[in-house]
Design a protein around this ligand. Sequence first.
Ligand code: ATP
Length: 290
Amino acid sequence: MSLTESRSNHKWSEPAQLLEKAQQVISLSDSTPHAVDDLPSNGSFKVGVDLGTAYTVMVVLNEKGEPIVGEYQFTQIVRDGLVVDFIGAVDLLRAMKQRLQAKLGRTLSHAASGYPPGVPQAERAATAHVIEAAGMACQGLIDEPTAANNVLRIQDGVIVDIGGGTTGIAIFENGEVVYTADEATGGTHLSLVIAGANDISFEEAEALKKDPAEQSRLFPIVRLVMEKMGTIVEKHIRGSGARSIILVGGTPLFPGISEVISEITSLPTRVPSNPLFITPLGIAMHDWMN
Ligand code: ATP
């Protein structure tokens, strides 16, 4: 299990098996699909769809709540939590649904979806409309931090979701969200800084940023953006009494980010294994059984 941990005297527990299973079964849309073992011939599924600024993820859980199949794809259909390309989103989701149905040999008739906290009701409805236009009933809509905490199950602390476009902060007390904020600094900004420093395109910078062989060389270049993320987190949690931070989303896959955030907030900060799949899994858990 990979676990980046800062301030090592802090004790953590996490649903490592669930996240490792997610890593095994959720594949990039255009890669060779993973074989689906233990395929249930009947029984109910729970389906989660996470429409993101950078990635759209669709994951299917079995009756026991274990991920059995899923896909993710780089997309540009959402900006700051709002669906900006409705037709593109529907086409993409319909194609994902068809491929997953082919792997399962079953029809996926319903799915839950998520929305960033603070998004108005009309925009939440737009997310549900995408799912329905792709041919699935959408009875479950859940805010993203609560979805993440369906998986992480923290009572008290902070979940920081660093995606493509934004950094979202959610403070939990007694297992409930008591404060949320979302600010427009995310992984895209890391890529823009890398593109500028290396005089390359955004797409080339995205690929470079995700290459493990390049990340230690790039760390000094992106550190300032990470410090800004830390400053954003610190500003929102100041005075809250929060004592620890968990980072979720795709950007925490960049090594060293938990140390930077920990330094700036003076709080123990960790990245669970497979942080990219935590929110989509928690969204799927919110789906109603058929
Ligand atoms: P948002 O939450 O802002 O709507 P999103 O849900 O699409 O966006 P995520 O899927 O959580 O965001 O994360 C996407 C970001 O994670 C992108 O900026 C992507 O470049 C970055 N990312 C993905 N994999 C890696 C990696 N291995 N190393 C560094 N960054 C990564």
